[in-house]
Design a protein around this ligand. Structure first.
Ligand code: SF4
Ligand code: SF4
Length: 346
């Protein structure tokens, strides 16, 4: 890929590479194929464009698979907090049926709570909570956009798997060890959080909701249902701890897709922050697209290429934090392979 190469010509070359190497041979007739990506955020421009999904979906159909686009709701407030608004947002970014030929089905349901518990050989967790449709789909095509990330160092396949394919509870476990609290001046006393709290941990006190922290399990239902931004969470986590949690959740997704998944990383329009952030400023020229059956190898190769092609370390371009713990921890767990061989295809 040359810098700023147009998406149509890159898509044609990607199609040729997938076709000539029969990368989608793991897709069998009638397989329900989840194509997971990120639809971007307000003002952001880094997300992988809809035209690529038209091509990928058509190739899945050639294999007689049944493809659909999928995503999960965010924890933070915005237009992607629930399935309905998230889909409307995606349509606004061009992910319409007319443009992609793919329906969107949210993997974690209406409110982000449709999940499946998956047993993993982890150290931090014996099992993780994965968005149920991701776990149920027969095959997975994970399309990730490589960016810097304020907590994870970088976001690509592992982050898209670990955080992006988890249910809201799975995301919460990764993001926060703390319990929520109510911002009294924002609380309108609508009572919605009280109705949804599974622990009966919330009660109305002096006309405002209040959380009994001894009962709270940190499930995040109140965060999801409060429409007035009155629920506050402590998002602070150590960088290393968060990255390790992301890797164990990624492991959970991979457990459900043995020999039934492929990972495609886009190394273009790369920004300091992930596609959840509104700012768009490229940190390095476009590099290309990486494909692998191993999410660890594709991330290791992506990071190597970003640093070697730009001649700078990622912390020098994005955030000066421990940025490669995802790869170190995957290696420690024996999950995937941090060794890789780069083969140029088209
Ligand atoms: S849902 Fe929000 S606004 Fe309504 S009572 Fe709970 S905290 Fe207050
Ligand atoms: S996080 Fe869950 S358990 Fe805790 S107060 Fe909110 S809804 Fe209740």
């Amino acid at each position: 890929m040359t810098d700023n190469e147009d998406d149509q010509s890159v898509s044609l070359r990607l199609e040729k590479a997938i076709e000539s190497n029969d990368f989608f041979s793991f897709i069998k007739p009638k397989d329900m194929v989840a194509i997971k990506t990120h639809f971007g955020e307000e003002k952001t421009q880094g997300y992988v464009r809809p035209n690529y999904f038209k091509m990928i979906g058509d190739m899945v159909k050639k294999k007689k698979g049944v493809p659909f686009l999928t995503e999960t709701s965010t924890l933070y407030r915005g237009r992607r907090t629930n399935a309905v608004e998230h889909m409307e947002f995606a349509y606004g970014h061009g992910f319409t049926f007319e443009k992609t030929g793919l329906p969107i089905i949210m993997a974690d349901g209406l409110m982000g709570d449709e999940e499946m518990e998956v047993t993993i050989p982890g150290v931090l967790y014996p099992s993780v909570k994965i968005a149920s449709l991701i776990a149920k789909a027969h095959s997975l095509i994970l399309v990730s956009h490589f960016t810097g990330h304020i907590l994870a160092g970088f976001g690509a396949a592992l982050k898209n798997l670990g955080m992006g394919c988890s249910s809201r509870k799975g995301k919460l476990v990764q993001h926060s060890t703390a319990r929520p609290s109510i911002i009294r001046k924002k609380c309108t006393a609508c009572g919605e959080c009280i109705k949804w709290c599974p622990q009966d941990a919330i009660a109305m006190m002096d006309g405002k909701a209040e959380i009994d922290k001894s009962k709270c399990i940190g499930c995040g239902e109140c965060l999801a249902v409060c429409r007035f931004d009155a629920v506050n969470y402590n998002w602070s986590e150590t960088y290393v701890n968060l990255q390790q949690k992301v890797v164990e959740h990624a492991m959970g997704v991979v457990e459900t897709k043995k020999n039934k998944a492929i990972y495609i990383n886009f190394l273009n329009r790369m920004t300091k922050d992930c596609d959840c952030m509104g700012e768009f400023q490229k940190i390095t020229p476009d590099i290309g697209i990486l494909i692998s059956f191993d999410p660890v190898a594709v991330d290791a190769a992506s990071l190597h290429l970003v640093e070697s092609k730009s001649g700078k370390s990622l912390p020098g371009m994005a955030y000066d934090i421990p940025y490669d713990e995802q790869l170190k921890y995957a290696k420690e767990l024996g999950f995937g392979n941090t060794d890789f061989e780069l083969i140029e295809l088209a």
